[in-house]
Design a protein around this ligand. Structure first.
Ligand code: SAH
Length: 489
């Protein structure tokens, strides 16, 4: 049977795709069905046909899957953020565990026996809502020309007005409403991507879940905001829900997990100038309008009462899910097996979070990171936590590591890597192998590039000791993985 665009077909959904979409067959023809849940029987409208497979969208759920739940957010089908919100959380975890395993088999070329012997159960979240500490909201106009803040619709740059995302802190809504009302009152325009005109592009909000400190940064297509003091007045006038609101429950939850939240309050307001016609959100230059340049937060790890305090600037990377991050870092420390004497390299170190936890248990730590502001933060963080055995280098891991090896003859006992989605550069992997560390700890936010890189490391004389997925991004298709490798003697 030949299908074409706009045909409506009945499909039994038997699998979940890479982006969380349902996969099923219509008379042998494979369809990737957006918004379908594994176990559903759906009527789906075909949106795109290729020779051997096609794409479709759910028109009607005929028989719902036992794993189907009612999504909390009414925008979840339009929004690009939560691809699997209609899938029961426990089943999401199974999906992510499988996704990591499948990638290791298919791309890594490992055997099922090898992987099953080392893979531990995924670490899930106790409360998979309101877990994100950072969001960047695009500002724009709806069809009637009203000023809105929200999210990009899936695969587009159309903005859906929604200031109440279920993944972020509930205070974000009030902050965004305050920004919008300041803009309306002062006739401040929003940026229009099509023409490159208009001023306000995005609002970045980042919250320290432990300290309660909030940073608000407006990304603008110009040098200044009109009536800046009005914005400051609006934002600093906000008072967030007190002791008896919904927030309190969340706080209790957090205490249970050793992350408690201080009183939420805005401590930093800034603008970032971005006049480029680009998809990159933040500009390079940041100017503080009010309060501090950075916010503070702190992290601890399970089984230890020690906490490390971090200072975080708007341009620095900081893990978005602090509660799960603590569990992830706990595993990183376990996998590193430090006794106090080791030399450790922490590549892609951001503001030095992993580096500083390692430094407390190692001889010496070298952190490498490409963003200069993040390295400034890392050095400041070492100082404020009185950690003297960590040094930080600005640059690409694939350039700095070979220099440390060739010029300084550095031979680390342990190398930790935590690269962005594209994984490690080959030059970086080759240098790691040449340095012959006893152990490598690989933290990854993309199982496909992880599998590719593990293959190279294993061909270079390493074996996988442990693999564990950690759910940092509930309701989205993303999964974090941590792997322990050791050198074969
Ligand atoms: N380990 C840190 C940060 C991980 S995110 C943490 O847990 O918080 C990945 C980091 O890699 C980001 O800070 C990013 O700026 C940095 N980065 C990206 N490409 C890089 C490269 N080629 N060399 C070094 N750092 C890089």
């Amino acid at each position: 049977m030949e299908y074409k665009k706009n045909d409506v077909v009945t499909v039994i959904i038997e699998d979940i795709g890479n982006d969380g979409e349902g996969i099923g067959k219509a008379e042998g023809y494979t369809l990737f069905v957006k918004d379908a849940v594994i176990g559903d029987t759906v009527e789906a409208r075909i949106t795109k046909c290729k020779k051997n497979y096609g794409y479709a969208r759910v028109e009607k759920v005929v028989t719902p899957s036992p794993f189907r739940v009612t999504p909390k957010c009414s925008f979840h089908r339009q929004c690009g953020g939560c691809q699997i919100q209609a899938l029961q959380y426990e089943r999401q975890l199974v999906y992510k565990q499988d996704k990591v395993r499948e990638n290791l088999l298919r791309i890594g070329g490992f055997s099922p026996e090898e992987i099953d012997a080392v893979m531990e159960p995924i670490v899930g979240m106790e409360e998979p809502w309101h877990y994100r500490n950072k969001a960047q909201f695009p500002i724009g106009y709806d069809r009637d020309g009203n000023l809105i803040a929200g999210f990009y619709a899936s695969r587009t740059h159309d903005i859906i007005a929604n200031t109440d995302c279920m993944l972020g802190p509930t205070e974000n809504r009030e902050i965004l409403e305050a920004v919008l009302s300041y803009m309306r009152e002062n006739c401040v325009s929003a940026y229009r991507e099509a023409t490159g005109e208009g001023l306000v592009r995005h609002v970045l909000i980042r919250t320290g879940f432990f300290t309660g400190e909030i940073m608000v940064c407006l990304v603008i297509n110009g040098k200044r905001l009109p009536a800046e003091e009005m914005l400051v007045e609006r934002l600093t006038g906000l008072r967030f829900a007190g002791a008896d609101g919904k927030e309190r429950d969340l706080e209790k939850e957090q205490e249970k997990d050793a992350v408690s939240s201080g009183e939420k309050r805005i401590v930093s307001i800034s603008v970032s100038v971005n006049r480029e016609k680009t998809n990159v959100i933040m500009g390079k230059e940041i100017r503080t309008l009010w309060g501090k340049d950075r916010i503070e937060d702190s992290l601890g790890v399970p089984g230890s009462s020690e906490r490390i305090t971090f200072s975080i600037s708007p341009l620095s990377f900081y893990q978005v899910n602090p509660r799960q991050t603590e569990k992830l870092y706990g595993l990183a420390l376990q996998y590193a097996e430090l006794t106090g004497k080791e030399t450790v390299c922490d590549l892609y170190c951001g503001i030095g979070t992993i580096s500083l936890f390692m430094a407390k248990r190692a001889g010496r730590v070298y952190g490498v990171e490409i963003v200069p502001q993040a390295i400034e933060d890392a050095r400041e963080n070492a100082r404020r936590n009185q950690i003297a055995n960590a040094e930080f280098y600005v640059g690409k891991a694939e350039e700095v590591l070979p220099e440390l090896y060739e010029r300084e003859a550095l031979h680390p006992d342990v190398i930790v890597v935590d690269p962005p989605r594209k994984g490690c550069d080959e030059k970086c992997l080759d240098t790691m192998i040449a340095m012959r560390p006893e152990r490598i700890v690989y933290v990854s936010c993309d199982p496909a590039t992880l599998a590719r890189d593990l293959k190279i490391l294993c061909e270079g004389g390493y074996e996988i000791r442990k693999v564990r997925a950690v759910d940092q991004f509930g309701h989205t298709g993303n999964v974090e993985t941590i792997v322990a490798l050791s050198r074969i003697k």
